[in-house]
Design a protein around this ligand. Sequence first.
Ligand code: LIP
Length: 254
Amino acid sequence: MKELIESLTRKAGDTLMKHFRQDWALLKKRGTAKEVATRYDKEVDRLIVEEIKRHYPHHSLLTEESGFLQDDPDWLWIVDSLDGTGNFADFNPLFSVCIALMHQSELLLGAIYAPAIDEFYFAEKGKGAYLNGVKIQVSDVSDLDLSYILYCEGGDKDRGRTGELLQKVYLRVTDIRKLGSAGLETAWVAAGKGDAYFSTRIEPWDVAPGVLLVQEAGGKVSDFQGKPWQPQTGDLLFSNKKLHEKVLSLLSSR
Ligand code: LIP
């Protein structure tokens, strides 16, 4: 399974790279919709689903493009074939392929591949988190004034609410970053390139591998009430642990 998740995430990323910055029709469509899905999301989703089903015909799958393919409840693959589609369509290199595997409701493996910036993230339960084969750790920052916070909202945009949350956080931290790929944002917290990341109403396929990556890199993941991640949780905070309570109290302050 470890070999499959790694080779499949890489194969999916390499397939996306064949089309990256090639399709000028995509670029012309920029700004015409808030949420974009391209034929590449679908093509790569098909490739991933077929390959998983070939190896494990009875495993269940939850993917952004194919929905819930229900089978053996003990095994669940969670897949986003192209996370950051808007960036991909805009010729922006910050996009990724995200695949996670859960066994009996526990995250076992997670992989995130951002092929255009050559970053391959991998985590296995109890065995650490890695970027291009090198072990990674969350940052050491414990002071809000010195922190960089990443964020994004999921598909269901509520800009009023996001604006309020952003204002609370922005006034207290060094700066805020929005990358446009939730998967990469979680991975960057795991690698210490940001100190925390929060999202509202995010979908499970955007963040599932990142949950394991951040935990295995020494960080913490919870909802805005401090409860553990579950696939149906949309409001989430990923942090280096040291900042967790501080950012949570900003997010829940009035
Ligand atoms: C995207 C996220 C992005 C978020 C978008 C969308 P997609 O995923 O990664 O951060 O702001 O709403 O959900 O749709 O490109 O896989």
